[in-house]
Design a protein around this ligand. Sequence first.
Ligand code: HEC
Ligand code: HEC
Ligand code: HEC
Ligand code: HEC
Ligand code: HEC
Length: 374
Amino acid sequence: MKKFVWPLLVIFFLLGGLAVLLIGKVALPPEPRPETVEEISNNWFDSGHSDFTAEAFVHWDEDEPSVVPANCAKCHSAYGYLDYLGQDGTTVNVVDSNAQTGSVVTCYTCHNPAAQAKTTALFPSGVELSVPSQSTNCVECHQGTMSRVNVENAVAGLQEDEVSEELSFINVHYKIGGAVRYGSEVQVGYEYPGQTYAGFYEHVNSYQQCTDCHNPHSTEIDPQECAVCHSQVSDLADLSSIRMESPDYDGDGDKSEGISGEVDTLHDLLYEGIQQYASEVLDAPIIYSSTTFPYWFADTNGDGQGGEDELTFGNSYANWSPRLLKATYNYHLVVKDPGGYMHNGSYLIQIMHDTINDLASVVSLDTSGLIRPE
Ligand code: HEC
Ligand code: HEC
Ligand code: HEC
Ligand code: HEC
Ligand code: HEC
C-alpha cells in the first residue's frame, strides 16, 4: 500500500499548484500597462492639436496687434481656453480678453484643475448640458459657433422666397463633431418647425465618449477596436462601410453601402435642390466650394461648376432668401463634420431629408423613396 502514497501526494500537489495558478490568472489579470509619457507625448506631437503651423493657430499672427480676438480665443489658443475655464482666475464660461498668439492645444489646456473638474458644456444655442469628464473639453471646442437660433433670428419676419440684403451665409464653423453627437439637444442644425429630431446618438456603452473612439492624444481612431463588432472593418478606410440594419434612407436601392453612403447621396440631392432653387426661384445660380471661404459663389456662367474665376471673394453669393439660408446652413454643416455619419447619422439624415422636402415644395426634385429616420 505504502509505496502508492508518495506518487499520489506528488500528483495531488502538482494538480493543486496548477489550480492555484489558473485561478490566480482569472482573479488577477495582468495590470493594464498605461502608455508611457513618451508615447503620450509622441501621440500628441503627431496630432493636429500640436500643429504650430496650422491655420487654426497662425491665422492671427500677422494682425495688428497680433492677438487672437476674445470671441475666437476659446478654441484657437491655449491661453484663451484657460481664460474660458476660469483657470486664470477670471469668470468661468467667458473669455474675458484677447489672447496672445503662438499657442496650440497644449497638455495643460486639457490637464489643469478647472478642465479636469469640468462637468458641463455650453453650446452656441445657449443650451448647457452635463457631459462626462472625458468629453467635456473636447465638446467645448468641437461645437461650432452657430446654431439653429442664429438662423432663426436672421430670417425672422422675412418672406421665405424673397431676397433680402439683410441676409448673408451663416457658417456653423469647423470640426463640429461634439455638437453633432448631441444633435437636437443642442440644436446645431436648422430644424424645421413641426418635426422632431434625434438627440444624442447612443452607440454602444463602451464606445460612447469622445475618447472611447478617439485617442485623446493622437486624436486617432483604432479601426481594430471597431472590428470587434463591425466585421467589415479592417482598416480606417473601411469605417465608412459600417452599417447595421438601417433602412434605405436615400432610396437608391442599395442596403449594403455604409451609413455614410446614405448621408452622401442625400447630401448630393440636397445640393441639386439648392442649385435648382437658386436658379429657378431666385434667378441667381449658385455654386459651392468646400475649400474656399465663404463657400457659396455666384455661378456667373451658369454651368453649375465652380470655375477658378468664379471662386473668388469678390464673387461671393449675394442673393440670399430665408429658404436658401436654411438649406445652405444645413448643407455646409454636414461637410464640416467629417465623422458625422458616426457621430449622429440619424440627425444629419433627418435635417437633410427635411431640407430637401422644403426645397421640393417650390422646385421639382425627385424625393420618391426617401425614408426619414424615426
Ligand atoms: C482648446 C480647444 C480644443 C480642445 C479642448 C480639443 N480640441 Fe480637437 N481640435 C482643436 C483644433 C483647433 C483643431 C484643429 C487643429 C489643426 O487644424 O491642426 C482640432 C482638431 C481635432 C481633430 C482632427 C484631427 C487632428 O488631429 O487634427 C480631432 C479628431 C480632434 N480635434 C478631437 C478632439 C478630442 C477627442 C478632444 C478631447 C479629448 C479635443 N479634440 C479637444 C481644438 C480643440
Ligand atoms: C467653439 C470653438 C471655436 C471658436 C469659438 C472659433 N473657432 Fe475657428 N475653428 C475651430 C476648430 C475646431 C477649427 C479646426 C478646423 C480645421 O482645422 O479644419 C477651426 C478652424 C478655424 C480656421 C481655419 C480654417 C481652415 O480652413 O483651416 C479659421 C480661419 C478659424 N477657425 C477662424 C475663427 C475665427 C475668426 C473665430 C472667431 C470669430 C473662430 N474661428 C472661433 C473652433 C472654433
Ligand atoms: C485634447 C485634450 C488633451 C491634451 C491636449 C492632452 N491630454 Fe492627456 N488626456 C486627456 C484625456 C481626456 C485623458 C483621459 C482619457 C480617458 O480617461 O479616457 C488623458 C489622459 C492622460 C494621462 C493618463 C494616462 C492615460 O493614458 O490614460 C496622461 C499621463 C496624460 N494624459 C498626459 C498628457 C500629456 C503629457 C500631454 C501633452 C503631451 C497630454 N496629456 C495632452 C486629454 C488630453
Ligand atoms: C463611436 C465612435 C466615435 C465617437 C464616440 C466620437 N467619434 Fe469623432 N469620429 C469618429 C469617426 C469614425 C470619425 C471619422 C474618421 C474618419 O473618417 O477618418 C470621426 C471624426 C471626428 C472628427 C474629424 C476628424 C478629422 O480628421 O477631420 C472630429 C473633430 C471628431 N470626430 C470629434 C469628436 C468629438 C469631439 C467627440 C465627442 C463628442 C467624438 N468625435 C466622438 C468616431 C467617433
Ligand atoms: C461592442 C460592439 C461595438 C463596437 C466595439 C463598436 N460598435 Fe459601432 N455599433 C454597434 C452596435 C450594436 C450598433 C447599432 C446601434 C444602434 O442601434 O444604432 C453600432 C452602430 C454603429 C454605426 C451606425 C450604423 C448604422 O447603420 O446606423 C456606426 C457608423 C458605427 N457603429 C461605427 C463604429 C466605429 C467607428 C467603431 C469604432 C470606433 C465602433 N462602431 C465600435 C456595436 C459596436
